[in-house]
Ligand binder design. Structure first.
Ligand code: HEC
Length: 151
């Protein structure tokens, strides 16, 4: 095999691998988006409760996005436009900053898993008990992390 041909084949294989990786990343973000807005159900409970919440109540978007319900009035509309909890973005989560009075801390996929499962943030400060605690798998955390990182 000529050197040029070998190089061309290698370049082709590389391009295919790169394309595959970006397709995988897009699929991962899409799975994360589905978990975030409730198209894919997530198991969660309120602190101190054994019973699982209905899937509609565990959607992250309920609290971390602009409300999607049809508001009854203009005042309700402007209140509804504000997310109930922090609007989550990858930039804000990955940045080392003081959260809830703790020392500066930043999230990664594993720390996102920890806050979802146990409610403790990267500085080990407990977040509000208004947020459900989730039985997420490592894969679901990585998917959510990929989705949040891209918004
Ligand atoms: C019922 C409302 C509710 C739901 C549903 C909810 N959260 Fe939260 N979330 C909160 C509240 C309240 C806080 C605490 C805000 C604070 O203390 O600043 C919070 C905090 C967080 C934080 C910490 C942010 C920081 O800067 O430290 C992350 C990360 C987070 N939520 C992710 C999620 C994800 C992912 C989901 C879905 C799997 C979700 N939340 C579902 C209400 C909710």
């Amino acid at each position: 095999m000529g050197l040029a041909l070998a190089a061309a084949l290698a370049a082709g294989a590389y391009a295919v691998a790169v394309q595959q990786r970006s397709a995988d990343a897009a699929a991962q973000r899409e799975r994360g988006a589905a978990l975030f807005d409730g198209r894919a159900p997530l198991a969660g409970r309120l602190v101190g409760h054994e019973t699982a919440l209905p899937a509609l109540a565990t959607r992250c978007a309920n609290c971390h996005d602009e409300a999607s319900a049809t508001p009854a009035s203009e005042a309700a509309a402007s209140a509804a436009a504000k997310p109930f909890a922090t609007a989550l973005t990858g930039a804000q989560l990955a940045q080392a900053r003081p959260r809830r009075g703790g020392p500066p801390s930043a999230y990664d996929a594993a720390r996102l898993c920890a806050v979802l499962r146990s409610g403790t943030d990267p500085a080990h400060v407990m977040i509000s008990t208004t947020m459900p605690r989730y039985d997420v798998t490592d894969l679901q955390c990585r998917d959510l992390w990929a989705f949040l990182g891209a918004r």
